[in-house]
Each structure stands twice: as structure tokens, then as C-alpha cells.
Design a protein around this ligand. Structure first.
Ligand code: ADP
Ligand code: ZN
Ligand code: ZN
Length: 683
């Protein structure tokens, strides 16, 4: 007797490009709901798959024998339709295969567990949860209360434009409380741009809501930790998920609120695989789940700012800092007027010295780690070039290495010039290590109020490599054990330093004349963020300062910075972008190709551009010539890119979808890979 047979469309891990990644057909004796997680045979392997629906009928019967589903991950509710729609949207929009996006959005361990291990995990997840003791919420300021009231009353999406220190986090906390209070099963998702901001956020949410219902999701977690958090969210045991960009794909069947903190931050854009923007997907997700979305920033992205100008987002303004501490006074140092070779202008050094003597802290940031970006021979033209990349290797004095920041290639510093044997090889330029050394000398004689010598510390990717190092170093800053902190932009974000009254940016200029049209926007955001670290304690805020050393003090960006006037800066930038027909007034995508030679990479792109002319949307899309990428060669791979642009997002989307098979068909010898980056952040 024949079993009744169910034919199912199941999404399985597939290659990246969208033309080959649709669901495959399998048969099952049981009817399985869409969203059910299953194990299915694929080639010689057995893989995790997601039931997507019924398999489409094939007019002439199945082309080949459909394989049976091997097993079902029992006891797990199916993934919600909103989750599946989000994944399908992301795959289509970012030009990747459904299989790649769907499987990448699930915790890796789901792919590995046997049915028995699986059952054990599930029981443990069910046992967790419950039991909240909790911190009372402070009384809100008028601005906070007004923002919260509107979040409760209006549909959104909201753009919370709040000055640094205006208490945005408290608004997020109470908006979450409001959403969870309205429905006993509701869930909330809160995203932050950086892993290192999640522990402090987890602590604050844990204090307020109880630890049991709050989980984090980020790439710094082990696979078992990730699975545990994912399960808690999927089963509803966790009501609040905090995380970095990957958390946008968390399974939250009862999602009612999504918060994207520091929504302008470039870290929300994934830079490999499916190059999604978690900020943009948060808005899509809000629609699909019927959840409210709050984007927050002191310096919103121009895309979001424009949307709020046009009324597509409801703008909530919180211009005042809590405790009424004013924003720091901005002081520009004209480097043209300083003696040659000046590292710190004398006036800046004096201002730091004053603070050391008063027991206040200063923060100096320099976006360049290592001791010096280049090591060079004084006798010949040798420089510390990386043999594998079109870039210099950075001199790290601490471990006496030359290290390539692109491919990782590292060697001990040579004793003599490898080209001419000269013993005198010297560092060019200055990174955080060298700045730290310079400050130690400069302030060697300066005493703290307790009579101890000034303490200099450095926080960057090198100093925080060891597990727990960042927490320990931040702890030392908070405890007052550091007088002058040197760091990369890592230290400018999010931290609520209470004793810093001076912040200085030492090499901001390169962004002013960058070929990337978003560089000024990023610089302004960075400087405003950095300024926001100073004077967070109202008792000291009166004399807090933000110093910028620049060769171009008359640049209009600095005029807006001086007044802390984001709206003026945004208006000026948006005017320029509109005149030049650039985002957010146009939509862009980049096609990138990597190959053994630059000719092959560019040749592939040129042929693809020619083929694109046959597409019906071609008249509405501009395809620019292929060019080498800014760092042209990395790890012996040549890289080229081509910009495509359209005034219409739907036209660009149709164009890209039609182009995929043409690109795929033009794969050639020597081509290593290619990828499309939709809404690229760095051009
Ligand atoms: P932002 O995220 O906007 O930069 P924070 O959320 O870090 O600002 O808030 C700045 C400081 O103000 C924090 O120390 C926070 O605890 C405090 N704060 C926020 N809201 C209130 C309030 N309503 N009453 C008292 N203190 C508050
Ligand atoms: Zn030499
Ligand atoms: Zn290299």
C-alpha cells in the first residue's frame, strides 16, 4: 500500500549567488509546516534545511527521484512566516541565494547536533527563564517623556535624534518596558553596533528586567552560547534580545519593538557574504512583524535624516544633555601655525597638563594603530611594503614586528635595510603606540593631585586582543587609574566615561579630501561621538573641551562641529549630494571582482557591463567603468570594482536581478570570485 506522499520545498545550504539557490524538492511521509527545521540528504551529506512550503508541481512529473526528508528537529516550533519573509527579502535584495542567507541566519550548532543532543538542548532551554527582581526606572526628563509618549502612541518608524548624553538608553529601556507591558508574550530586539558595547547593555537591561529574560547574540559568543540564546528567543523564554547586526535575523516570533542604537554606524553593514544592512533590515522586519522601530543617534545617517525631513520617519528630538552639562567647547588648532614636527600643539599639551593636575582625564584619539605606518631606509628608497599587498606593513615596536593590516603577513623588524644594508631605518608617521610613548615623555614630570606621576594608557585592537583585556582597561579608566587615554575610534563610541573633560582628535584631515563621498559624514559623526565622551559629569562639564588639530581649520565641517549643529551639517551635505545626484538621492550597487591579475578582474567587469546593455532597465541605470579598488592587491589577489547607479531603487533592483545570470555566465579563467554589494557604504 502506497504511503500518502507530501512533496516539500526545502531551503538547504547552497552556493552564494542567487541564480542557483532556490529551495529543492523532497518528499516526506508526514505533512510538515512551513518553517519546520529538518535534516535532508544533499549530495553525499546530510544537511540542515528549512521547509519553505509545498514543492511546485512539475508538469511532466519529477525530473528525478525526490529524496526523502531524513529527520525532523522535533519539539521546535516552526520559524515564523515573518522570519521567512525577512530572509527571502534579504536574499533577493542583496542578490544572494536564499539557502545561503537562511542557513547563515541560524545558529551554526543547529547544523551539527544529533537528534538526541538536540532533545537535551531543548529541555535545558525550556527549564531556563522566569524570575525577574528589578531596578526601578528613574523619572524621565521632559524630553525623554515626550519621546516615549510618541513611541507609545504613533506607529513610527521613529528617528530618535538625541545629543550624546541625552539619555537615549533610558528611552530604549522604557520603550521596551512599555512594549513588554502591553502584551505578556511580546518580545523586543535592541541592536548596538559593536560587540564591546553589548556587556554594558546586557548589564543595564539585566538590572532593569532581570537576567533571565535577556539574552545577547553576537559573533563573539561560542556556538553553544549562541544556540542557547537563539533557542531562548525562538521559544519565547527570552523576551529581550540584545545584539550586533547578526541579531536582526534572530527568531523572535512575538517581536513588538526593534531598537537600533547608533543607527548611523557603518558596522551595521555586513562586509562579506550577503552584504546586508541590519539597520535597513530592521525597518523591513518591523513591517513584516508589525513591530515598532526606533532608530537612535546623535548624528543620524543622511539616509535616515532625509527620511525624517520628509516625514517618512517620525523625528523625536532630545537636544539636552542629562544633568544640564553643556556639550564641550570645540577648539581648532591650526597646524599651519605650529612649529614643524609638532605632535601636540603647546596649548593642547598645557590643557591636558592642567587636567592631570586636577585629577581629570583626557582622551586622545588617532585612527592608526601600531607605532608607525611605514618603516623606511634613510639611505635608499626601501620602505616596509607588504610583498603580498599594495600597502605598507605597519611597524609595531612592542613586539618588533612589521605587520600587514590587510593580509596579516608579519615579520621581525630587520636590523638593517634589506635592500642596501644601511643600519639607519626609521619610522615614518605616527600610530597610537608612538603617541603613547611621546605622551609618556611629555608628561613625565606632571603630577596627579595625589602626587603620583601621570598615567598614560592605550586602548586599541592590539592592546585588547586578549580575552577580558578591554573590560579590564575600560575598568581602569572608569576607576580613575588612567589620566590620559590614547585610542583608536574604538574608545569614542558609547562609553559613559564620567571623568573625561578633554577629548582631542589628532589626524582627522584625511577624511576631508577622501574620494569616498561619505567620508565627511563619517568624520562628523566620529568627532561628535568623540566630543560626547567629554563632560558627561555635570559638575565638570563647564570646562570640558574637544580639540581638533587640523591643517584646514576653515573647512565648513568644523564650523558646524563648533556649534554642535548636526542639522546644519546634514542640510549642507544633503544639498551637495542632491546637486551631484548621489545617495540618498540615488541608489547604488558595486560589483567587485577578485582575480589573479588586474586585467582578468577588470575584463570580467567590462564584459559584464557590456552584457548588461541588453537588460530592459539598462536605460535607467548608469554603469561606471571598472576601476582597481583603493587597496588594489590583498594577499596576492587583484581587486577591481564597478559602480552602478540609478535614480530608482526598483529599477536598480530589477536590473541587478536580471544581471545575475549574465554575470554568472561570464565567469572566466583566473577569476577567483565576484560579488554584488547593494547600498555599499564605502565606494
Ligand atoms: P546617550 O545614550 O543619549 O548618550 P545615556 O543613555 O548614556 O545617553 O545617558 C547619559 C547619562 O544620563 C547616563 O549616566 C544615564 O544613566 C543618565 N540618565 C539617563 N536618563 C536619566 C534620567 N531620566 N534621570 C537621571 N539620569 C538619567
Ligand atoms: Zn636602504
Ligand atoms: Zn599584506
Amino acid at each position: 500500500m502506497a504511503e500518502p506522499l507530501h512533496r516539500l520545498a526545502i531551503v538547504v545550504p547552497t552556493p552564494a549567488h542567487s541564480t542557483v539557490g532556490g529551495p529543492l524538492s523532497y518528499r516526506s511521509e508526514l505533512p510538515l509546516a512551513a518553517g519546520t527545521l529538518v535534516r535532508v540528504p544533499l549530495g553525499r551529506r546530510e544537511v540542515l534545511g528549512v521547509v519553505w512550503g509545498e514543492a511546485p508541481d512539475e508538469p511532466d512529473g519529477p525530473a528525478r527521484e525526490e529524496k526523502p526528508v531524513a529527520g525532523v528537529l522535533d519539539g521546535l516550533p516552526p520559524l515564523a512566516s515573518a522570519w521567512r519573509e525577512l530572509v527571502a527579502f534579504a536574499a533577493a535584495y542583496y542578490q544572494r541565494s536564499l539557502g545561503e542567507v537562511a542557513l547563515a541566519a541560524l545558529p551554526p550548532q543547529l547544523r551539527e547536533l544529533s537528534p538526541e543532543q538536540w532533545q537535551r538542548r531543548l529541555r535545558r532551554a525550556a527549564a531556563a527563564g522566569g524570575g525577574a527582581a528589578v531596578d526601578p526606572a528613574p523619572a524621565l526628563t521632559d524630553e525623554q517623556a515626550a519621546a516615549l509618549q510618541r513611541i507609545g502612541a504613533e506607529p513610527g518608524p521613529f528617528l530618535l535624534h538625541g545629543a550624546t548624553g541625552s539619555g537615549k538608553t533610558e528611552v530604549y529601556l522604557q520603550a521596551v518596558a512599555q512594549a513588554l507591558g502591553a502584551d505578556p508574550t511580546a518580545q523586543a530586539l535592541v541592536m548596538v553596533p559593536e560587540i564591546n558595547l553589548t556587556p554594558q547593555l546586557q548589564a543595564r537591561f539585566g538590572e532593569r528586567f532581570g537576567d533571565a529574560g535577556v539574552v545577547s547574540l553576537h559573533s563573539g559568543m561560542t556556538n553553544p552560547q549562541r544556540l542557547k540564546a537563539w533557542l531562548a528567543a525562538h521559544t519565547g523564554a527570552a523576551r529581550i534580545v540584545l545584539g550586533t547586526r547578526m541579531a536582526v535575523f534572530a527568531s523572535l516570533p512575538r517581536l513588538a519593538l526593534v531598537v537600533v542604537d547608533e543607527e548611523h554606524d557603518p558596522s551595521y553593514k555586513q562586509q562579506e557574504g550577503a552584504r546586508y544592512s541590519a539597520r535597513d533590515l530592521a525597518l523591513v522586519r518591523g513591517k513584516l512583524d508589525g513591530a515598532k522601530v526606533v532608530l537612535g543617534s546623535a548624528t543620524p545617517s543622511l539616509e535616515s535624516w532625509q527620511a525624517s525631513e520628509r516625514g517618512r520617519y517620525a523625528r523625536l528630538a532630545m537636544p539636552s544633555r542629562i544633568g544640564a552639562g553643556p556639550l564641550p567647547q570645540v577648539r581648532l588648532v591650526d597646524m599651519n601655525l605650529q612649529p614643524k614636527g609638532t605632535v601636540l600643539a603647546p596649548a593642547l599639551a598645557a590643557a591636558i597638563e592642567e587636567r592631570i593636575a586636577r585629577g581629570e582625564q583626557s582622551l586622545l584619539f588617532l585612527n592608526r594603530r601600531g607605532y608607525a605606518p611605514v618603516l623606511a631606509c634613510t639611505a635608499c628608497d626601501w620602505k616596509s611594503e607588504c610583498p603580498h599587498c599594495s600597502a605598507f606593513r605597519v611597524f609595531h615596536k612592542i613586539d618588533r614586528t612589521l605587520r600587514c593590516h590587510h593580509c596579516g603577513f608579519s615579520e621581525r623588524v630587520p636590523r638593517a635595510c634589506p635592500q642596501c644594508g644601511n643600519l639607519d631605518i626609521a619610522p615614518l608617521g605616527r600610530g597610537t603606540e608612538r603617541l603613547e610613548e611621546h605622551l609618556a615623555q611629555l608628561f613625565a614630570g606632571t603630577r596627579r593631585p595625589d602626587g603620583e606621576p601621570a598615567r598614560i594608557a592605550r586602548i586599541d585592537a592590539d592592546s585588547t586582543r586578549a580575552k577580558g583585556a578591554l573590560e579590564a582597561q575600560l575598568g581602569a579608566v572608569h576607576a580613575g587609574a588612567v589620566d590620559v587615554l590614547v585610542g583608536t575610534q574604538m574608545v569614542t563610541k558609547g562609553h559613559d566615561f564620567r571623568r573625561i573633560t578633554l577629548v582631542a582628535a589628532l589626524n582627522a584631515d584625511s577624511a576631508l579630501f577622501s574620494s569616498d563621498f561619505r567620508a565627511p559624514e563619517r568624520l562628523f559623526a566620529l568627532l561628535m561621538q568623540a566630543a560626547g565622551r567629554a563632560g558627561r559629569d555635570a559638575r565638570q562639564a563647564g570646562h570640558s573641551q574637544m580639540w581638533v588639530q587640523t591643517w584646514h581649520p576653515a573647512h565648513p565641517l568644523f564650523a558646524a562641529l563648533r556649534r554642535h549643529d548636526f542639522p546644519a551639517f546634514a542640510a549642507q551635505q544633503l544639498d551637495e549630494r542632491e546637486a551631484a545626484g548621489m545617495p540618498p538621492f540615488a541608489y547604488q550597487a558595486l560589483v567587485r571582482a577578485e582575480a589573479r591579475t588586474q586585467e582578468v578582474a577588470q575584463g570580467f567587469l567590462r564584459e559584464a557591463a557590456e552584457a548588461a546593455q541588453q537588460l530592459p532597465e539598462a536605460p535607467h541605470v548608469t554603469v561606471y567603468p571598472a576601476v582597481p579598488m583603493a587597496v588594489q592587491r590583498v594577499a596576492n589577489v587583484e581587486r577591481a570594482q564597478m559602480l552602478v547607479e540609478s535614480a530608482s531603487r526598483p529599477a536598480l533592483q530589477r536590473f541587478l536581478a536580471g544581471w545575475q545570470p549574465l554575470l554568472q555566465a561570464r565567469r572566466c579563467k583566473g577569476l577567483i570570485r565576484w560579488a554584488v554589494d547593494v547600498d555599499p557604504l564605502a565606494i
